[in-house]
Design a protein around this ligand. Structure first.
Ligand SMILES: [Zn+2]
Length: 234
């Protein structure tokens, strides 16, 4: 094997390592996104529960105000009944008193129902507050460990890129740029040995003439089948 090709292969080894580290780094991102989504969901459902509880509370105050008004009306009617002077007035006042009483009864049934719903709504708020704060604590831990992972990978990447650069400096420019062109087409491995009479990557048969040139001079050839760089291993 030509020493230039041997040097290029060590660059490729480093590029594979760098690629793996970059993949690891990229794999951390979806985990952060999943956590953000979980948190949004918990916060939204807490918000929703709070709005429900607030609406019930508002409704409770409205009905309580109405009860107070109806009671005042009832007192007025009672006073009216006490001061009637005729049978006709007494009948009218009694009817009004009955009506006010029915309204108060109705309001109080509604108040009781609202009170029950309010208890449930407040329970839900507490429950969701608990879930949200537990999630927050768990995520704080997970984020910390993700950040540590990320930092460790970045340190390795800096080192790997430096080593790769040092090795790349020992490869002739034209060979290196041909290699980099192939890799830029989304290939992790760009250099393959001949396997028997064929491309070590795609098994396309390589003509005898080109093969003997490769083994004679240590030259590299581009596979017509898949476009990788080929060399004769022995
Ligand atoms: Zn091929």
């Amino acid at each position: 094997m030509h020493p230039d090709v041997a040097a290029l292969l060590t660059v490729q080894d480093d590029d594979v390592i760098i690629h793996e580290l970059e993949e690891q780094l990229a794999a951390l991102r979806p985990r952060l996104e999943v956590m953000a989504k979980e948190r949004d969901k918990a916060v939204n459902s807490l918000q929703q529960a709070r709005q429900t509880a607030e609406a019930e509370e508002r409704r409770r105050r409205e009905v309580a105000d109405r009860v107070a008004q109806h009671r005042a009306l009832q007192e007025k009617n009672q006073a009216a009944l006490n001061s009637v002077t005729s049978m006709r007035e007494a009948t009218a006042a009694t009817a009004q008193l009955d009506q006010a009483k029915r309204m108060i009864d109705e309001d109080e049934r509604e108040l009781a129902a609202i009170g029950q719903r309010l208890v449930e709504a407040n329970h839900l708020v507490e429950e969701r507050e608990r879930i949200a704060s537990e999630l927050e604590a768990a995520q704080a831990q997970a984020r910390e460990s993700l950040a540590a992972d990320q930092q460790a990978i970045e340190v390795k990447l800096v080192k790997a890129r430096q080593e790769r650069q040092d090795k790349a400096n020992t490869v002739p420019r034209s060979l290196l740029s041909r290699y980099e062109r192939i890799r830029s087409r989304k290939r992790v491995h760009a250099v393959f040995p001949l396997r028997g009479n064929s491309c070590g990557h795609c098994d396309t048969m390589i003509p005898l003439q080109r093969r003997s040139m490769m083994s004679g001079s240590g030259a590299t050839e581009i596979c017509e089948g898949c476009g990788v760089m080929l060399y004769a291993a022995e």
